[in-house]
Design a protein around this ligand. Structure first.
Ligand code: GCV
Length: 735
């Protein structure tokens, strides 16, 4: 034993050192975990994690007590959000007080709900019902901050803005902010079916548990409302535009009413998609002719029933005579006849009809993208005052890139609501990291030139171009029952940017991305900058690896997963990629100039001239409007074919760069979210490469041209890419 003692001491030493080292490692791991603890994304951008000590300390000196009424449901919601948010961010509970007894009171309310606010005699005329004012003031001799509005809902929006200031590390010592929504209806369209599936949904099942409603009001519904209110969304269409008529039965309306009750304190109205033939299917009538007195009476009675259950019901969204849906044309009536019949039923209650312009059935054979304009433009001025015509951003169908829809600016007497897609049906589903801010901004900032220079789509949307007060923006939601709501953390940014742009269509996509990154991940500039850059470039990357230079709709048939540029399978020609790219031995692209379909003529003359001219057309729209030879010389000096291959390759390279950026930021993100993003980027790279290779293989099979020097050939044969087929693709419910 004696001979072993020294060795034993040495062993103990070594063991001790090892234990110390392990302890230090554990401590370090704990500290890191405190900095970046595992997160599942449920909290979205409302995480309210404790701020770094120094920053929290500064804020704590400015926010020492909360003075807030709690009489109405919205006041209760506002107070509880502030207590939750500030308590979390500042790391300590905030006392609620009746009067400003020391420096640092946060006083919130309206001149009616708060005597302190009333006493300040603020000029809040410009704020409207939903606007707010945040200001540093002196009350009872004490420094204080007020969040004031004309109505409770404005105060709630102001409270979220105040929280955002702290979440994004902004100074709060000398505040003087006022803001109000520029668009009236800021609506999410859920394409959720009553059986729990979601058309074009990639984040799991529907969040609406119709089966358990109205008795079970899941807490998640409140969190949904909180998230929406935090970005100013004030409406939700609960069900798919390919609507099940059952939603209008009393049983379902009671379920809808339960959701409306949950959302009401957060300023969110519910809307329903309705099937035009519901008077037949639900009402037992023989016709749904909008001019038939019985049909009109049925809609009136139904509206009365709805408003008894839901006094603030928003109205109806209608997809009619589109993709197999019934509509007024089935009875020889116009879209205006149909919309106005429903509008008449809702008008006494203050409801609206959002009538979709997404139609392409009237004249098969006409260029698909021209049909909506052809059908609706002549109806300008024919719609009732509570009808909004809901127009997709582009004339086709939510492609990675489209020029703006020519209906914007072309119907000055009609209220147009813009429809954007938040769910990424055509942009890689849930897994591809594609921030849609740049796409939305591109659409909103497009100049229609319809009333001279500066007649932007944003001005049509916010109503300033033609003096409309009833305005709107709708986004097809990307929300599902997945724990992280949207199928990936970065998809949450698309919900966020939609809400922020619907609030103010002139905000910058980059600034919004930065807000979101700070709230969702970290305020560390070393993290924020590269992530925002990555997000801002991500949409262009997707355009490049999917549909560069104005190509469109090359996706897999029906389910829209992956590339299928060779598909010519019908049943309609204008559902197939070959219809859209028109590639042949001589060239590629859709001639939409006067020598072709003349779709350019639907734009105001200066825009039409630009799009029609090969000299002026921006490269990004070239093949949308022109059929050009493969050896056409691009501005870069390359031939079109070489340039196409280069764009496809840039797209793939950009995803590689995104991967590099993300792996360099590992230390800033909790492991759970880090790993998911990394794994999804790997999927994205794989699929981007597949897109590039399959498209190049196919186009090369048509033109027989060699690849530009230095560009790798596709990894597989065209036969291989054509052999791929997919069943059970998420989000694909055929109608
Ligand atoms: C809800 C595209 C989608 C359909 C969708 C339709 C629409 O065609 O693929 O799933 O149907 O747009 O916007 O109505």
């Amino acid at each position: 034993m004696g001979g072993t003692a020294p060795r034993g001491d040495a062993t103990r030493w070594t063991t001790g050192l090892r234990l110390l080292a392990v302890g230090l490692l554990l401590l370090a791991a704990c500290l890191c975990a405190g900095h970046a603890r595992a997160e599942d994304g449920y909290d979205l951008w409302l995480r309210y994690h404790p701020l770094p000590a120094a920053q929290a300390g500064t804020y704590r000196s400015h926010v020492t007590q909360l003075i807030a009424g709690a009489t109405t449901p919205t006041q209760v919601a506002t107070r509880s959000e502030l207590l939750r948010g500030l308590g979390g961010l500042l790391g300590q509970a905030l006392p609620v007080a009746d009067t400003a007894s020391r420096d640092g009171a946060l006083i919130i309310g309206t001149p009616v709900s708060s005597p302190l606010i009333a006493g300040l005699h603020l000029d809040m005329r410009a704020l409207g019902r939903e606007g707010y004012l945040i200001r540093s003031v002196v009350v009872n001799g004490h420094a204080a901050t007020i969040i004031a509005g004309n109505d409770d809902i404005g105060v709630l929006y102001g409270a979220f803005r105040f929280l955002r200031l702290l979440q994004t590390a902004q100074p709060i010592a000398r505040l003087d902010l006022r803001d109000w929504p520029r668009v009236k209806l800021r609506v999410l369209d859920h394409w959720d079916n009553l059986n729990g599936s979601v058309e074009r949904g990639y984040a799991g099942a529907s969040i609406w548990d119709w089966w358990k409603l109205p008795d079970w009001r899941a807490p998640r519904y409140t969190d949904y409302a909180r998230a929406n209110a935090s970005i100013g969304i004030n409406g939700a269409v609960l069900n798919n535009v390919n609507a099940d008529p059952l939603i209008l039965t009393h049983k379902y309306l009671e379920k809808v009413a339960a959701l409306a009750d949950v959302f009401r304190p957060y300023g969110i109205r519910v809307y329903l998609s309705v099937r035009f033939s519901a008077p037949i299917e639900v009402g037992g009538l023989k016709t749904a002719d909008p001019l038939d007195p019985q049909v009109r009476r049925w809609w009136r009675t139904k509206a009365d029933e709805i408003y008894k259950l839901i006094p603030d019901f928003g109205g109806f969204l209608v997809k009619a005579n589109s993709e197999g849906q019934p509509g007024p044309q089935d009875y020889g009536r116009t879209h205006a006849d149909g919309a106005n019949a429903l509008a008449a039923a809702l008008a006494p209650h203050g409801g609206v009809v959002m009538w979709r312009a997404f139609v392409y059935a009237n004249k098969p054979g006409t260029d698909r993208i021209k049909q909506s304009y052809n059908e609706f433009k002549p109806l300008d001025g024919k719609f009732a005052a509570n009808v909004l015509l809901q127009v997709k951003n582009g004339p086709l169908d939510f492609q990675p890139r489209e020029p703006f829809n020519p209906l914007f600016g072309a119907m000055p007497k009609t209220r147009l609501i813009m429809e954007l897609q938040i769910t990424k049906e055509y942009l890689g589903f849930a897994t591809h990291l594609v921030y849609l801010g740049p796409l939305y901004q591109e659409a909103l900032s497009a100049d229609t030139m319809t009333r001279g220079k500066g007649s932007t789509v944003a001005k049509v949307v916010d109503g300033t171009l033609d003096g409309h007060a009833l305005t709107g923006m709708a986004g097809v939601a990307n929300i599902g029952a997945d724990r992280d709501w949207c199928g990936s953390v970065f998809n949450q940014a698309n919900w966020y940017v939609f809400g922020r742009l619907a609030w103010n269509p002139t905000l910058s996509a980059r600034a919004i991305a930065e807000e979101w990154v700070r709230m969702t991940f970290s305020n560390d500039d070393a993290f924020v900058k590269p992530v925002v850059d990555m997000m801002m470039g991500s949409r262009e990357a997707a355009v490049n690896y999917m549909t560069p230079l104005g190509l469109a709709h090359l996706m897999g048939h029906g389910h829209h997963y992956g590339p299928e540029p060779w598909d010519a399978s019908g049943p309609r020609a204008d559902w197939t990629p070959v219809y859209f790219h028109r590639a042949d031995y001589a060239g590629i692209g859709f001639d939409r100039t006067a020598t072709g379909s003349d779709a350019v003529a639907q734009y105001a003359p200066p825009v039409a001239r630009e799009f029609a001219s090969l000299q002026q057309i921006p490269d990004k729209y070239l093949l949308w409007f022109h059929h050009v030879p493969w050896d056409y010389r691009m501005r870069s000096g390359h031939t079109l074919w070489d340039e196409l291959v280069m764009h496809y390759t840039h797209g793939v390279d950009a995803v590689k760069q995104m991967q590099r950026t993300w792996s360099s930021l590992k230390g800033y993100v909790d492991d759970e979210r880090y790993r998911q993003v990394a794994a999804f980027l790997a999927i994205q790279l794989h699929e981007a490469q597949w897109w590039r290779d399959a498209c190049i293989a196919y186009f090369q099979s048509i033109n027989g041209l060699p690849l530009p020097v230095g560009y790798a050939p596709p990894a597989h044969s065209l036969k291989y890419y054509k052999s791929l087929s997919f069943k059970d693709v998420p989000g694909y419910s055929s109608w």
